[in-house]
Every structure is written in C-alpha cells, then in structure tokens.
Design a protein around this ligand. Structure first.
Ligand code: AMP
Ligand code: MG
Length: 390
C-alpha cells in the first residue's frame, strides 16, 4: 500500500497545466489568472473628494471662517480652475479636488447663504481627500496564478483590463461502471441502484473550475467499458468509478491496460477509498475511483480536486487543512489515514457516529472530513485536530 501523499505525487506527475486563453473581464469570475497583470492606470488618477462638501485652500479651516463659492466639482465634471485663498468650490464624492484645494469641509460643518460659505462647526482634522494612487499605481501587479473571486475581478476591471488571460478549463469525462446502475429518474429493477457518484463528482469538480461531462453508464463487460472510454478520448481527464478493486466484475484495470494505457493500480492506505488507479490513455489523464459513494466523494476531495487545480496552473498541493479542537473524544486510528465524516460546531469537531463508506446521508449532513493520521492514538476533547471543509 502507498500513502495518500505518495498517491498524490503520482497523480501530480501525470497532471499538466493546460493552455492559456483570454476571456472578457465579465467572464473572469472563478477562472484562474494565468499571467500576472499590472495596473494600466493609477487609481484614483487625481486627488478625489471622499465626501460631499466644500473644497478650500490653506489647510484645515476654523469655526467661523468664510469662503466665497467660485465653482463646482462633481464626479466626471472637474472644476478646472485654481482655488485662491478665501475661495471654495462645492464638491461631491469622487470629484477631483482642484489645484490649490487641500481640505474638504463636509457639508454638515457648513452653512451657506448665496455664494458665502461659513464654517459652522469645528471640522475634524481629516481632510477627506483620497490622494492620487492610494489604491494602486500604474504597474501595481496582481500576481498569478490565483483563482479570481469577485473582489479580484473588480480590481482588474479598475486596472483597466477588458480581457484576462486565464487557464483553459479542464474537460473531465465521468464514467460510472456497473450492471447494477441506472440513471436518476429511471425505474430501477429490484437488484439495481441509482448511479449517484457521477453527479456528486460533477458538482464537486465544477465547483473547482472543471467542465464535466457525464458519459453513459458502462456495463461490467470489457466491450462496454472500451466503448465508453472511446467516447472520452478528447477529455483532459477521464474518471472511472467502480470496477476498480479485484472482484471478478472489476474490469476497468484490465480494459485500460488493454488499451495500452500507461496505467498503474494502487492500494492507498486510506479510509474510505482504498483502491485508486492512475494513468494515461492517449492524451488523457485517467483516474480510477472506488465505487462506494462516500469513498468516491472523499477521493474526489483528496485526489481529484488537487489534480484539477494543478491542471488549472495552481500549485500542486494537497487539499487545504484547517485546525480545530475536538468537541468529543475519538478512538485510536489504525494503519490507514482516516477521513472521518464530521461537523464543525461552535464547540469544536464532532465526528459522525456511523462511518460506513456507503452512507451518502451521513456525508450530506457532514461539513468536514476529520483527518486521523496513520496509527494516531486516542484523542481527548479539546485536543487540536486537522480537518478539510467539505
Ligand atoms: P465497485 O467498486 O464496482 O465494486 O462498487 C462498490 C460499491 O459502490 C457497490 O456497492 C456499487 O454498487 C457502488 N457503486 C459503484 N458505482 C457507483 C455509482 N456510480 N453510484 C453509486 N454507487 C456506485
Ligand atoms: Mg462494480
């Protein structure tokens, strides 16, 4: 048996970062920035008022000072003149502060009769001016690679990038194998069940930036598996589910080897999800996952999501682990790394009572995988443990 991290290294060795494509900024959310971009302009490009009020010269005015109103500066409509001592301009949020202006008195601290503005309350020392370039200057970088969130999309737009270089989305083909499986919505025979793993994995991998195609369910016959694999030839990543252990009906390994796949089959020291296959078929990377629904989803989190990230040009790294105290004791762990279905609560981590790898209902109610290291001893409430949010 190999360790989880050895299995991950093996997968990373097969995963290559995909090409770069350009998308409009309006389509950039959730995409991975492939090249560092720098600001094409300085923001704000001019000293800008942070408030509605009056711009004056001569520093902070005092209670009772009077100014003659000589113009107005609104957002998008700068006042082009230079303020002289004793003069002010009406100014609005986001508007350029004119030459000679070095203080904005907020509206609430003034009174005005016709063109005479009087300071009616002692202004606070804040000049209410945003200096040019306080947000970013021409050339300020946004570093790649990174997955763009809404806030970074806004920043790139402000930097005047209409198009953004991103990594192409990996195309993933998902193949369920098994004579017992039918699609959701069909009427299963008494000895059949619904193929659920494909849909769970599709959702998980789409969440992380993949384009996922669900292929027809392959029967437990070599010809059927071969035929279905042929439909996946243009995918960047082919994932088979089930048929991956050593039972008489577990044919995926034999078929992929028959296709000339540079393919390796491993038992990984983890619970749930022991059998894992990794290899290449033609130009596609291939991962064979166990069929048990929870095993398939846990392997999705532990192995497939990191591979998708690597294909997107993000650093090759295991799933991010967080730390929290245990809310209740847990028993000693055996020789396999255990990913226990658990909940993060205000009191700490609570592992689920039933850890059977077929129970999707338990997985659905969990919001974390509590990680029990190989041969870890019993742990008491309050001890710090690692988990992966799900
Ligand atoms: P296998 O790895 O093919 O021996 O499958 C292990 C268990 O997972 C069996 O109980 C299968 O019926 C079940 N299984 C396999 N594939 C799926 C799937 N796509 N959806 C739900 N259950 C599955
Ligand atoms: Mg099967």
């Amino acid at each position: 048996m190999i360790s989880v991290s050895e299995a991950l290294d093996l997968l990373f060795a097969l995963a290559r970062a995909l090409e770069v494509e350009e998308v409009p900024i309006s389509e950039a959310n959730g995409r991975v920035l492939a090249q560092t971009l720098t600001a094409k302009r300085t923001q704000p490009p001019f000293p800008a008022s942070a408030m509605d009020g009056y711009a004056v010269g001569g520093g902070q005015p005092k209670l009772g000072d009077r100014f003659r109103l000589v113009g107005e500066s609104a957002a998008g409509h700068a006042w082009g003149g230079t303020l002289l001592p004793g003069e002010c301009v009406r100014i609005f949020t986001g508007a350029p502060v004119p030459e000679g202006g070095d203080f904005v008195v907020i509206q609430e601290d003034t009174s005005r009769i016709s063109t005479e503005v009087t300071i009616s309350r002692e202004p606070s020392p804040d000049d209410n001016i945003r200096r040019a370039g306080i947000d970013f200057e021409i050339g300020t970088p946004l570093l790649a690679p990174r997955r763009l969130r809404a806030s970074e999309v806004a920043l790139l737009a402000a930097m005047n990038h209409a198009r953004v270089p991103v990594t192409r989305k990996p195309v993933v083909a998902l193949i369920s194998t098994g004579d017992e499986l039918v699609m959701p919505g069909e009427a299963p025979l008494p000895d059949q069940i619904i193929a659920s793993n494909t849909f769970g994995l599709k959702a998980l991998l789409e969440d992380h930036g993949a384009i996922v195609r669900i292929l027809p369910i392959a029967k437990d016959r070599e010809a059927s598996i071969t035929q279905t694999l042929a439909l996946a030839a243009d995918a960047d990543l082919i994932i088979t589910i089930g048929g991956a252990s050593v039972g008489d009906h577990d044919l995926v390994s034999a078929v992929t080897r028959g296709l000339g796949a540079d393919q390796s089959f491993h038992k990984v020291a983890m619970r749930p999800g022991k059998p894992l296959m990794a290899g290449k078929i033609g130009n596609s990377m291939m991962i064979g996952l166990p069929g048990n629904p929870v095993s398939a989803m846990v392997c999705g989190h532990i192995f497939v999501v990191p591979v998708i990230k690597a294909m997107l040009g993000l650093p090759a790294a295991p799933a991010t682990r967080l730390k929290a105290p245990l809310a209740a004791p847990v028993a000693a762990n055996g020789p396999r790394e255990h990913y226990m279905r658990a909940n993060i609560t205000p009191e700490g981590v609570v592992s689920k009572e039933d850890q059977d790898s077929s129970l999707l209902s338990v997985l659905a109610e969990a919001n974390a995988l509590l990680i029990r290291p190989v041969s870890d001893g019993a742990r008491q409430a309050g001890e710090i443990v690692e988990y992966i949010p799900t």
